[in-house]
Ligand binder design. Structure first.
Ligand code: ZN
Length: 257
């Protein structure tokens, strides 16, 4: 009942802030040095469980990073120019710790944090109709978005349209690594059915091993990067970097105008 009352009375942004505060209080019970979040720099005995089928040691109670957020953050730091001033970045469904980190280095106007939900992004943008010029970004970040978009192919076209030549779209998604083909069933329409088939209430497909093929377009190279595997075993353990079902990075580089 209290949860319902909060939902009715508080705008979404304040509900998120409240949830964040609650988790930070909970972090007091997790004091320890078992894990360290590379997104906020804080250490805990362990991370919190997270997911519809809860995964142990997943969610940072301080900054809300998940395994995939931590893998992406370290990849961005070590392998990209995302945190260099002057780099132009379009970020879909921005993860709060990555958004904050980019904002520390980006020049005004060079970073667009976009979401369909105004409580989650700074610009309301539909990824299938991006209202921005061709070839205007060096990087596009799109983690765990494409599985939720009914017109996925149009979103991928739009993503590449706004990339400069030499620019990179870094894409992550939920994957069933054992399925060669993406699972997409038009008869599945309700949140309960989606949860049962795809593992999340608002996914419209569960990507399979064909994800790189789905991302392919002329003039674009695709690399599948299991970046957690390039870290040391100690780094993987201390950051809790997941099992690869959500953390693979697809680097899509525009090599032709
Ligand atoms: Zn954190």
């Amino acid at each position: 009942m209290i949860r319902q009352l909060i939902r009715t009375l508080l705008p979404e942004r304040q509900r998120i802030a409240l949830l964040m505060m609650k988790l930070r209080l909970r972090s007091l019970t997790l004091r320890g040095k078992g894990v360290t979040c590379n997104c906020c720099g804080r250490s805990f005995r362990k991370f919190l469980p997270y997911g519809n089928i809860p995964r142990a040691n997943a969610l940072c109670p301080w900054c809300h990073s998940l395994e995939r957020t931590r893998v992406l953050m370290i990849f961005l730091e070590r392998e990209t120019r995302v945190f260099e001033p002057g780099t132009r970045i379009l970020h879909f469904a921005p993860e709060a710790p990555i958004l904050r980190r980019i904002k520390r280095s980006a020049r005004p106007g060079d970073y667009v944090a976009a979401d369909l939900n105004p409580a989650l992004g700074e610009a309301v943008i539909d990824m299938t109709r991006i209202p921005l010029p061709d070839a205007s970004f060096d990087y596009l970040l799109c983690s765990h978005v494409l599985g939720h978009i009914p017109h996925e192919a149009r979103a991928i076209d739009e993503m590449y349209r706004v990339l400069k030549t030499g620019g990179q779209a870094l894409v992550m998604t939920d994957m069933d690594l054992n399925n060669p083909q993406t699972l997409e069933d038009q008869s599945v329409t309700t949140p309960a059915e989606r949860l049962a088939r795809y593992g999340e209430r608002d996914l419209v497909r569960l990507h399979g091993r064909d994800f790189a093929t789905r991302l392919s377009r002329p003039g674009i190279t695709i690399e599948e990067i299991d970046y957690a595997r390039q870290l040391t075993p100690e780094e993987r353990q201390i950051m809790s970097t997941g099992n690869g079902e959500r953390e693979l990075i697809f680097r899509c580089t525009r090599i032709q105008p």
